[in-house]
Structures are given as structure tokens and as C-alpha cells.
Ligand binder design. Structure first.
Ligand SMILES: Cc1cc2nc3c(=O)[nH]c(=O)nc-3n(C[C@H](O)[C@H](O)[C@H](O)COP(=O)(O)OP(=O)(O)OC[C@H]3O[C@@H](n4cnc5c(N)ncnc54)[C@H](O)[C@@H]3O)c2cc1C
Length: 518
């Protein structure tokens, strides 16, 4: 009997790194059929991206994975600054984001453990990744995409999908196939990363940041006795190619730059790489979309890359689901490029700036880094206003879509929170508001002031099925947050970003919004 080597599905995900896996989880939430392929044998065994941001944990919380991931890692709480082998200052950022998220910290957890947890969620939902399966080429027309893949037996198969998402990393076959550009630059410096066990005077209870003239060096504590992730750069004049660097050269560089007595007793993993800062000119073309490193790469400063990929998927999944279920027209898919391209452009600018601050050989910056920052940073980080400025930016909770065509601003004039913002975090009867917002639907929150109970008007039947409605007392802290003291409505998109704010008691503006955007 002939094997049928073709398959139809709704979404083909190419690549099962953190981005592809996270997108698959979202499609499971929306009940969308998908096939996910990866040319590797299984999830990565390496520690790679270790910084997990609060916004990622908020997304995982909706599928019950956040606390499990937190249990696998370490909450970054302190940083010691070392200059010339001497401790010159200490930063305490324990619960730096208190009151801003249920996850007010940066979590450090190995990418291998992280991917495995997400992968287990996928398999526990009856799905699996097709490992050792590689995308070779694809074509698309008005009705779908046909992908030619090589399966684990070396056979060529066709997969027909309504949509294709390229989560296939920085060398993306999908990006090349679509003819998208990936403009930007490559840093001259060679980076290294090493996961090691160290015998020295310091406990692995704080991040160690070594401030020096031009190189970058930081040690991140990892789970396990005396286990550390080291990230650093070789000097500009170091001219070897990535594959030619020996571990011994990395260790020599670490010891030279740290200027401390330390004995590296075990090396679990090491790698060298060149850092690029680039993004695609467009996040989609026809029925194909780009997400994660295939769409944007940048310096590791700020631990943003993997988290951004996960959020690309979060942004795209609900839009694909609405279109595939016939709830929205394909026009809504254009907002994926609108929103995530702007985000990638901002991300590259901020990570470049941050990187310059920590590694630039420019004399003024060097002086500030080595002789001013260590002394003032500890005090600065004890100031609430500084924490409230820094945490939202690092944790990605400040990312907004204010410029998106999905953000309707008519009702946010004079209101502090704007359409396009992530719903700010607050407590409802002692629990995070996000606990109420897990359903994969739009959410209509009516904040009632006690005088006006909010009209019990119904939404039209077609919207009723896709909008989850909730009434919340207008607590003083919520009134302060929004800067509104009377009953009002907030419509949230399924990804919990504000679509619009309405002060009218009638639901007509909400219905009009939904008609317009869907
Ligand atoms: C040392 C280091 C430290 C980092 N630290 C952080 C951090 O702390 N926080 C953070 O947010 N980010 C960090 N990053 C960045 C982060 O690792 C990446 O942004 C992230 O892995 C991107 O995930 P992705 O799924 O988009 O791509 P990838 O992880 O590259 O996954 C792409 C997948 O696609 C598969 N694939 C490729 N081509 C094909 C094909 N043709 N067919 C089928 N499958 C294919 C690959 O096998 C791979 O599994 C770090 C990176 C490095 C190198």
C-alpha cells in the first residue's frame, strides 16, 4: 500500500525552539489544528537563554506553567559590581517589580529545562513536534501554503496549511523563501558563554558584574552548587573565527578580566558567537509569518530575545484563531506586522544602547561605568521611582501597541492608561486581575463605582460568544491607576492589551469597535 505523504492542517509551525513551542501552546488554547516541525532530534539540552521576563510568566500563567517554571529556576535578586578584582558596590533588586506584576523579578532558568516544560505541555495535550523534519521549500497562493518537508526517514512530504509561521531561527529558510530583508549590523567582538562550576570566595546568590574598560563580563548564578553562567567578550583585536576558539582561551580571558582568584572545576557547556543586531523589513507576506529570531536578533543585553519571540507568538495566535474560525477577516492579520515590527525596531535600539553602556570603550562611558555607577547604583535601585521605571522596561510589561490600528483612543483622552497598553496589574479581592482573564476571548471589564451598577445590556449574539464579560468594583487603587472615578468599560483583546476604554453606559461603542476590527 502507498503511504500518503501529504497532510492538511490549519497552521504549519516551522521550528520548535522557544518561539515555535510557545506558539503551539497558544494554538492549543484556541483549539487550532497545527503541525510543528523541527530538524533537531528534540528540545535543546543547552542552557542558552536563561533570563525569563515577567510578561512571559504572565503568558505562561494562563496555561498553568508559570509557577512550574519558577520552581525550576532562580529569582535574580542581587548584583555585585566588581572593579579591578574588588567588590565596589551591590544592587538589591529583590521584588523590583512589586505591585506591577505577580512575577516581580527576572527569573534565571536554563533554556533546556524551559523548553522541556513547554514541550511537555504540548504532549500532554495530545500533540507532538515532528522532530528530525526539515522544511525544504514552500509556495503560497490565495487559499493556503504548500510546504515541502523532508521527514525523519528522509522522505519528502507535502504539508498543506492555511498559514505558515517561520519560527526557524536567525538563519530562517522561511525568511529567505519570502525574500524578506534582514538589515542591520554585526558586532566585531566575539562573545563567549560558558556554564561552569567555580571554586572561589563568592556564593552563587548574586549576579556578578565585572566593570572594566572595554570587555564585558558577567556571572549569573544558576541552580546547583557553585554553578554559574559566564558571558563575556574577547577584546576587539581577537581575530579567531567562532569555531576555532578553544575553551582554554575562554578561561584565560575570564581570569584576566575578572582579576579574581577563581578555580573553574567543571565546564558543563561553552560556546562562542558573533552578535548581530538585525530585523526583518516585514513580519509577514501573504499567508506566511515570521516570529522570534527569524525576525529579530540583537545583543544579549537585557535578556530580551527569547522573551520577544514568545510574545510574537502570543500576539499572532489569537489573530490567526479569529480568522480561522471565521470570526474576523484576514485584515486583522496585518496588525501583527504593525505591532511586532514597531516592537522589534524599539527593541534593537534599546538593546544597542544598553550594550554600549555596559561595554563601550568610549572614555566617558568607561569612566562612568567603572568609577561612578558602582557607587550610585545601589542607592538608585533602592528608590521606588527608579524601580518603577526600570522594571516595566526590562520585564516587557511596558510594551504597548498604542500606535496600532487596533487601539481606539476616543475614550482614553485624559485617562492615564491608554488603548494599546497591557492591562495594568492590580488586585481584585486579593488576587491578580489576570486570574480573571484566562479565557481565550476578548474581555469586557465593567468597573462599577457603586452608584451606577453598569447597564445589564446584552452584546449582540455574534459577539456574545467571543467576549467574556466581568464586573469589577471600582476600587480606589483602580480609580487611581486609570485616573477615572466613575463607572467605565474597558475592552481587552484576547492577549489582554486594551482595545478601548469607554465612559458610555451603553455598549454601542464596544459593539462598533468589534464590528470595525473583526
Ligand atoms: C548565549 C545566549 C544567551 C541568551 N540569553 C537570553 C536570555 O537570557 N533571555 C532571552 O530572552 N534571550 C536570550 N538569548 C536569545 C535566545 O536564545 C533566542 O532569542 C531564542 O532562542 C530564539 O528562539 P527561537 O525559537 O526564535 O529560535 P531558535 O531557538 O533558534 O529555534 C529555531 C528552531 O528552528 C529549527 N529550524 C531551523 N531551520 C529549520 C528548518 N528548515 N526546518 C525545521 N526546523 C528548522 C531549529 O532546529 C531550531 O530548533 C540568548 C542567546 C544566546 C546565544
Amino acid at each position: 500500500m502507498m503511504t500518503d505523504l501529504s497532510k492538511k492542517t490549519e497552521v504549519l509551525i516551522v521550528g520548535a525552539g522557544p518561539t515555535g513551542l510557545a506558539l503551539a501552546c497558544q494554538l492549543i488554547r484556541y483549539g487550532i489544528e497545527f503541525v510543528i516541525i523541527d530538524k533537531k532530534e528534540t528540545t535543546t539540552p543547552y542552557s542558552k537563554a536563561i533570563g525569563v521576563q515577567a510578561r512571559t510568566l504572565e503568558i505562561y500563567e494562563q496555561i498553568g506553567l508559570a509557577d512550574k517554571l519558577v520552581d525550576l529556576g532562580w529569582k535574580a535578586g542581587k548584583a555585585r559590581m566588581i572593579v579591578g578584582g574588588e567588590k565596589r558596590g551591590e544592587l538589591d533588586f529583590t521584588d523590583i517589580g512589586k505591585g506591577l506584576s505577580d512575577y516581580p523579578f527576572v527569573l534565571l532558568v536554563e533554556q533546556g529545562l524551559h523548553e522541556k516544560l513547554v514541550y511537555d505541555f504540548i504532549t500532554s495535550n495530545g500533540k507532538d513536534v515532528r522532530w528530525q523534519t526539515e522544511l525544504e521549500s514552500f509556495t503560497q497562493d490565495d487559499s493556503g501554503v504548500t510546504a515541502k518537508i523532508k521527514n525523519s526517514n528522509g522522505e519528502i512530504e507535502n504539508i498543506e496549511a492555511k498559514f505558515l509561521v517561520g519560527c526557524d531561527g536567525s538563519k530562517s529558510v522561511v525568511r529567505h523563501g519570502l525574500g524578506l530583508t534582514f538589515e542591520g549590523m554585526t558586532f566585531e567582538r566575539m562573545f563567549y558563554v560558558a556554564d561552569v562550576v567555580i571554586d572561589w570566595e563568592y556564593k552563587n546568590d548574586a549576579l556578578m558584574v565585572f566593570l572594566m574598560k572595554s570587555n564585558l563580563l558577567a556571572f549569573f548564578p544558576m541552580v546547583g552548587n557553585n554553578t554559574w553562567r559566564i558571558v563575556g567578550t574577547f577584546p576587539e583585536e581577537f581575530s579567531k573565527d567562532e569555531g576555532d576558539v578553544l575553551y582554554e582561551e575562554i578561561e584565560e580571558q575570564i581570569k584576566r578580566d575578572a582579576e579574581l582568584k577563581l578555580d573553574i572545576t567543571k565546564v558543563n557547556w561553552f560556546s562562542t558567537y558573533k552578535v548581530h543586531t538585525r530585523h526583518v523589513n516585514k513580519f509577514s507576506k501573504g499567508r506566511c509569518f515570521m516570529a522570534g529570531d527569524s525576525a529579530h536578533i540583537h545583543t544579549p543585553a537585557g535578556a530580551q530575545g527569547m522573551n520577544t519571540g514568545i510574545q510574537d507568538g502570543y500576539n499572532l495566535a489569537w489573530k490567526l484563531a479569529m480568522v480561522l474560525r471565521g470570526v474576523a477577516t484576514a485584515t486583522i492579520l496585518e496588525t501583527y506586522n504593525e505591532e511586532r515590527l514597531e516592537n522589534a525596531e524599539n527593541l534593537l535600539k534599546t538593546t544597542d544602547r544598553f550594550f554600549n553602556l555596559v561595554a563601550s570603550p568610549e572614555p566617558v562611558l568607561t569612566y562612568l561605568r567603572m568609577h561612578v555607577f558602582p557607587y550610585i547604583a545601589g542607592v538608585a535601585f533602592s528608590i521606588d521611582a527608579v524601580k518603577k521605571f526600570v522594571f516595566p522596561r526590562i520585564s516587557q510589561i511596558a510594551i504597548n501597541y498604542r500606535h496600532s490600528s487596533l487601539s481606539q483612543h476616543a475614550g482614553d483622552d485624559g485617562v492615564d492608561v491608554k488603548a494599546g497598553d497591557r492591562l495594568p496589574y492590580f488586585l481584585v479581592e486579593g488576587r491578580s486581575v489576570f486570574d480573571m482573564l484566562r479565557e481565550p476571548k476578548f474581555h469586557l471589564l465593567t468597573f462599577v463605582d457603586g452608584k451606577d451598577e453598569g447597564k445589564s445590556e446584552d452584546l449582540s449574539e455574534s459577539f456574545d460568544a467571543i467576549v467574556d464579560r466581568q464586573t469589577v468594583p471600582l476600587y480606589p487603587h483602580v480609580a487611581e491607576l486609570f485616573g477615572v472615578d466613575k463607572t467605565f468599560n474597558v475592552l481587552l483583546r484576547p492577549d489582554n492589551y486594551i482595545a478601548m476604554i469607554s465612559h458610555e453606559s451603553s455598549l454601542a461603542p464596544i459593539q462598533d469597535y468589534l464590528k470595525g476590527c473583526l
